[in-house]
Design a protein around this ligand. Structure first.
Ligand code: SF4
Ligand code: SF4
Length: 327
């Protein structure tokens, strides 16, 4: 085993996310023990008792590589993104939240005030605490309590600091995490800005299901539980929305193998700027009508159009760019 002070220093941080990325790393199992031999873990607050002051005390660039998972939702998330950027040679946006905003990014449909109003005032499950809001600064007899500010906009990591590499997935699949880990340790990294731990193709390119036949048209979209799904036939051919045409390959298709459509967590494939727009374009190509009313009725059969098309990428979409540019 190498001496601790000769090993690359590794950090892993969790901002606005669900914790699934951290769980994926723990699923490395015994490989995590190997990883512990190969690197010196200098910051992983979810798993070990590190303090922010420990990172602040490091020299700039002292951390060799940092996996940063989670979107930027609060002032704490932003402060840590900036701190870890400064202290890390290689910063990886790890998982869909850091890469594209993911589920937290869907909150960009609302502003901070309407979210706080809903959570602290009008949610039916509230008790007598209704109307009590957290505030950034509270004065108590013992002193002052500061909590992070809640921002109006959820941002991706790259919308906040300079990012070296992007590792997609909600969460990234465990074998890809291990591949990326080894890739970084080998020093054979692709050009800065590349997506790592995934492929350039789409999920449709690698999907074994019988594809949509040319000329096939859809009159109604259904949700997976409303159809007895044929496990060998493309979901789109069965009128069920599958994100395969707009999603980067590399996950190994666990959802499709489980007879559930892809939901797009690996982000857009090479050359696609807006994943939701790409999916909409694939859906539009399957719709068979010139009648505006029938078109409306077919589109109405898609439940939660924004959540369907931008489940993982709203914060990183052209829609978000336009919305926040106007301010
Ligand atoms: S749309 Fe989904 S089911 Fe159909 S080929 Fe693509 S990945 Fe496979
Ligand atoms: S099939 Fe789609 S949703 Fe499922 S893991 Fe792969 S990219 Fe993510």
């Amino acid at each position: 085993m190498a001496e601790s002070n000769t090993k690359p220093k590794f950090a892993f941080y969790w901002a606005a996310s669900c914790g699934g990325c951290e769980i994926t790393v723990t699923e490395l199992g015994m490989r995590l023990v190997d990883a512990g031999d190969l690197v010196d873990i200098v910051f992983w607050p979810c798993a070990m008792d590190f303090k922010y002051e420990d990172v602040e005390a490091m020299a700039d660039g002292e951390i060799d590589f940092c996996f940063f998972n989670g979107a930027i939702r609060t002032s704490e998330n932003e402060d840590l993104a900036k701190l870890l950027r400064r202290k890390s040679k290689v910063l990886v946006a790890f998982g869909s939240c850091a890469h594209e905003g993911c589920i937290p990014g869907l909150a960009n449909l609302y502003d901070a005030e309407s979210i706080l109003e809903r959570v602290y005032n009008t949610v039916p499950s509230l008790d007598e605490s209704r109307g009590t809001r957290p505030v950034p600064l509270s004065k108590v007899p013992e002193g002052e309590i500061h909590i992070p500010s809640f921002y109006d906009q959820v941002k991706t990591l790259a919308q906040t600091v300079d990012v070296d590499y992007f590792m997609p997935g909600c969460p990234p699949v465990v074998d890809q995490v291990w591949n990326v880990f080894q890739l970084i340790l080998s020093g054979q990294l692709p050009p800065k800005g590349s997506v790592i731990g995934a492929d350039a193709k789409t999920n449709c390119d690698v999907c074994p299901r019988q594809k949509v036949q040319s000329g096939m048209r859809i009159k109604e979209f259904k949700r997976p539980h409303e159809v007895e799904l044929d496990p060998d036939l493309c979901f789109l051919a069965q009128g069920v929305i599958c994100y395969g045409p707009a999603t980067r390959a590399g996950c190994g298709l666990p959802c499709i193998q489980g007879n559930m459509p892809c939901r797009g967590c690996y982000g857009p494939p090479e050359g696609v700027v807006d994943q939701g727009a790409k999916l909409l374009s694939a859906i539009a190509a399957l719709i068979d009508t010139d009648e505006p009313e029938e078109l409306q009725s077919i589109m109405d059969s898609i439940v939660d159009l924004v959540g369907t098309c931008y489940r993982f990428s709203l914060a990183d979409s052209i829609l978000s760019e336009l919305k926040y540019k106007k301010r």
